[in-house]
Design a binder for this molecule. Structure first.
Ligand code: C5P
Ligand code: C5P
Length: 466
């Protein structure tokens, strides 16, 4: 059945887009992650296509500090993937003329704000910011970036139960119709395009493959025992290099392997689902698979060079594409070093979580990713969430905290974002995020009190649903 958007929402998008199309001298301000970067690119492509003088800027978050760089602009500001939660901050800073295209929970309504929450859509699941930016472009006759909105949605994990939903599916159909995208039901392990088979299995963390994750030798014999050659001439084969029958063999064997080890059915099912292939991108590159593309963009953001990602989204396959590949390599190296550090150091244990303090050895921008990888690398068992501490880059008196969990814990009632928001605020900090991934900032001297309080909080959340 074809999904349709609420017509009132579509009318609202058309109304605001029309206003936007009358402006000139614009500044697009966006978030530095995959959804923010793709939103920014979709908007820049739209505006420059309309022959508007357009600049862009990508930032980590919009707060009282970062808004200083925006408030004196004489350009009309278009906030993408941010702004809805900071409307009062934007008004206090007297930004003259602005538009907001966002999917985060809004503070209040505004005549130039496009946000799906006002029309009953869940911005966490049904549509990303890049999806909203795409609908703005579509209403003005530009549909050619539909595939980027899929990359943004996947970057925000909106497909994490195996498929995209609701408004995201409208975009998916637009992209398929234009020949930009192919959607297949297949194995969803990360690295289908760009990782050798053994590495794809060995680095799998979603789901964790017991006996395989973290053990390349075991992965190599698992694949070889199925009669699947690891190499073709001198080249290591990737999943997309496999024949259809080989793919089926490998998928079935993984399924049975997990069943044999009593893995829960919903976890196994999450391993198979929709995969999104960008048909205009070269086979075997990160750009060909929406999930890998999103990871590349996240690496650019976390390594402080989101604008490189924007240029790649806008089509640069020369200088910025080369830079992006280098950034990804550097990012992976930093992650590897972080994991090695963690393997040596180990983690501390509380009743309801694990934690470690990087003591200045791991940058605050990547500590959350490393914390999440601790499950895949089998440094910690999946029975409790993990918290990681790093020095705050902007304020030496503050501690940056990243928290990660897994689906089994979420199903038991854990919500990291709520817990970190509540407990950090009690100690003059701030925090928030998703159920499965969250972060916070607290004064360094409050560390031990925070540990005690958050232990109690997680305990309450996990027991509530039992
Ligand atoms: O930095 P990290 O990757 O751990 O962030 C995970 C999530 O927590 C992100 O969604 C981020 O927006 C959120 N977060 C937050 N407040 C902070 C730090 C992170 O809401 N102070
Ligand atoms: O949203 P925030 O920056 O902006 O969170 C980003 C981090 O949270 C990434 O590391 C991402 O992989 C993780 N995340 C997740 N599951 C979600 C949402 C975010 O693992 N549902």
């Amino acid at each position: 059945m074809k999904i349709e958007m609420n017509p009132e929402f579509w009318n609202e998008i058309c109304r605001i887009s029309k206003e936007l199309s009358k402006e000139d001298n614009l500044l697009v301000v966006s978030h530095h992650d995959a959804d923010g970067i793709t939103s920014c690119a979709i908007m820049v492509d739209l505006l420059t296509g309309l022959e508007k003088d357009t600049e862009f800027m990508t930032i980590k978050q919009l707060d009282s500090n970062t808004i200083k760089n925006i408030k004196d602009t004489d350009r009309t500001v278009v906030f993408t993937d941010m702004g809805s939660g900071q409307l009062s901050l934007i008004k206090e800073n007297k930004i003259k003329d602005f538009y907001i295209i966002d999917h985060h929970t809004p503070e209040a309504s505004h005549e130039k704000q496009i946000n799906p929450h006002f029309f009953g859509y869940d911005g966490g699941l049904e549509i990303s910011a890049s999806g909203m930016a795409y609908f703005v472009a579509k209403s003005l006759g530009n549909m050619k970036m539909a595939h980027l909105a899929i990359v943004g949605a996947v970057g925000d994990m909106q497909d994490s139960d195996g498929k995209l939903h609701s408004l995201n599916r409208i975009i998916m159909d637009d992209a398929i119709e234009q020949g930009l995208l192919k959607v297949r039901h297949d194995l969803r392990l990360f690295g289908r395009q760009s990782r050798p088979l053994t590495q794809m299995l060995a680095y799998a963390s979603d789901p964790i493959l017991p006996g395989l994750t973290g053990n390349e030798a075991a992965c190599a014999s698992f694949i070889q025992n199925l009669g699947i050659p690891l190499r073709e001439n001198e080249r290591w084969r990737t999943y997309v290099d496999l024949e259809f029958s080989e793919r089926k063999k490998l998928t079935t064997a993984l399924y049975i392997h997990l069943l044999d080890l009593n893995t829960k059915e919903f976890i196994i099912q999450g391993m198979i689902g929709e995969v999104y292939t960008l048909l205009n991108e070269e086979k075997g590159t990160e750009l060909r698979d929406a999930k890998e593309f999103a990871t590349l963009l996240n690496a650019c953001g976390r390594q402080g060079q989101p604008e490189v990602g924007v240029m790649v989204c806008l089509g640069d396959r020369e200088k910025n594409w080369r830079m992006a590949k280098n950034i990804l390599q550097k990012h992976r190296k930093m992650l590897r070093e972080g994991i090695e550090f963690l393997e040596k150091r180990g983690v501390e244990e509380m009743e309801n979580f694990y934690y470690f303090d990087s003591q200045g050895r791991i940058d605050e921008n990547i500590i959350g990713v490393i914390a999440g990888m601790a499950y895949g690398a089998r440094i910690i068992p999946p029975d409790r969430p993990i918290l990681a501490f790093a020095d705050d880059n902007d304020d030496p008196k503050m501690l940056k905290i990243s928290a990660r969990a897994n689906w089994s814990l979420i199903r038991k009632g854990l919500h990291l974002g709520n817990a970190l928001r509540e407990e950090s605020r009690k100690l003059d900090g701030d925090g928030g995020g998703h159920d499965i991934a969250a972060g916070a900032r607290i004064p360094k001297e409050c560390r031990d009190e925070f540990l005690k309080n958050i232990d109690r909080k997680f305990g309450e959340q996990l027991r509530r649903s039992v």
